[in-house]
Design a protein around this ligand. Structure first.
Ligand SMILES: *[C@@H]1O[C@H](CO)[C@@H](O)[C@H](O)[C@H]1NC(C)=O
Length: 380
């Protein structure tokens, strides 16, 4: 049984998160791009202390299967942004993880030929996105084909007993319908539409259908542009605690950008801005991105990864359609991480306002790196 599940761990955190102590007063000033790059590269050295050549994974709170897809994406983003240190590293880490992590997928024997297929549609979405980004970096079609194969498997989770008009299950056991697997499904389909020319119409149709379904479902508060809660299969009702996480909004923003590129329809970018704006309004503290569910001493295994996912997507949105407030969020978050949320060993922690808490590991660390990488890109 897997314990490091992204949704369950998130659902199991305290339903009444304590209010964090007031953040230390911050007089942070935006740095320049070269400083952000240097900080990201310093953090990259630290990240690699948790990388296992053997498993191809980075150690998080436990052996982080889905988190490692995100850590690989962070390395690839840095390589694409021109860090020669990250480029050198990616030359080794991308193929090593492709080979070694495949051997380590604990559910591999249940599912067969593609070792990145497992019983969780969100896990497959993370790996599909990581291999799509690996394809972007290397132009090696092995990675793109792997992502297509993952999408093909995800497709079989579409339509549920609670939502016969659409919607993707969270898992193959059919226990939940959650925003994250649906937003990742849109992002993977939209990304494939822009990269697999001969199946562009097919992937575009899936991305569009999945967004049409999600945008009118109970999981999306359309008036607020926020994703809420999940649907429990046993009752088919939305859970009583309609949490809103940064990462599902990140995958949605990423998906809408891809859908906009695939269709040429700006309404999807417009919606991406509305979603991003809603997150900036409701999930920041002192101008720094803030995840409610790690607002205590026991962050759970999953939530510390979430904020970075949103920052990566916002960076893409900002590159396509810049807004000053996005750049400001990136710089303020990156500056606060460096000044308030870093321990003496260089570990970056889960609450970007600080103070640092917990034991350093790849999950909060790489998530914080995503903010620094965004600040670097936005400051260029
Ligand atoms: C493409 O990637 C795969 C998987 O890492 C690797 O085995 C193969 O050698 C790569 N192909 C080229 C042309 O680099």
């Amino acid at each position: 049984m897997q314990i490091n599940r992204s949704l369950l761990a998130a659902l199991s955190v305290s339903s009444a998160p304590m209010l964090a102590a007031a953040a230390p007063s911050q007089h942070v000033h935006a740095r320049d791009a070269s400083t952000y790059q240097a900080n990201a590269e310093t953090a990259l050295d630290r990240l690699q202390t948790w990388y296992s050549e053997d498993s191809g994974l980075w150690t998080s709170y436990s052996n982080g299967w889905w988190q490692s897809a995100n850590q690989l994406t962070t390395v690839i983003d840095m390589a694409q942004l021109g860090s020669s240190k990250a480029q050198q590293l990616a030359e080794h880490v991308v193929p090593n993880t492709f080979r070694q992590a495949a051997i380590n997928n604990e559910n591999r024997e249940h599912t067969g030929r593609n070792p990145y297929i497992n019983d969780y549609y969100d896990d497959m979405g993370w790996w599909a996105m990581a291999w799509i980004r690996a394809y972007d970096l290397t132009q090696n079609t092995t990675y793109l084909t792997t992502a297509e194969d993952l999408f093909n498997d995800m497709r079989y989770g579409w339509t549920t007993k609670c939502t016969p008009d659409g919607g993707l299950w969270w898992d193959k056991e059919n226990t939940f319908i959650a925003p994250i697997s649906n937003t990742l499904f849109i992002e993977v389909a939209g990304s494939l539409a822009n990269r697999v020319a001969w199946r562009k119409d097919y992937y575009t149709m899936w991305a569009r259908n999945a967004w049409n379904w999600l945008s009118t479902s109970v999981l999306y508060a359309a008036d607020q542009h926020l994703l809420m809660g999940s649907i429990k299969a046993s009752t088919c009702v939305q859970n009583e605690r309609p949490d809103s996480f940064t990462y599902s909004h990140g995958a949605l923003v990423g998906g809408l950008i891809e859908l906009s590129s695939a269709t040429g329809e700006t309404k999807y970018t417009d919606e991406a801005h509305l979603v991003a704006g809603a997150v900036l309004d409701s999930m920041t503290k002192d101008g720094v991105l803030y995840e409610q569910n790690i607002d205590n001493e026991h962050p759970g295994e999953s939530a510390p990864q979430f904020k970075g996912v949103f920052m990566r997507a916002l960076s893409s949105l900002n590159a396509q359609s810049p807004k000053t407030e996005y750049k400001t969020l990136a710089q303020k978050s990156a500056d606060s991480i460096w000044e308030n949320d870093r321990d003496s060993e260089g570990n970056l922690g889960p609450d970007w306002n600080g103070p640092f808490f917990g034991s350093g590991n790849a999950s909060p660390h790489s998530s914080a790196m995503d903010a620094i990488v965004f600040a670097w890109k936005a400051s260029q």
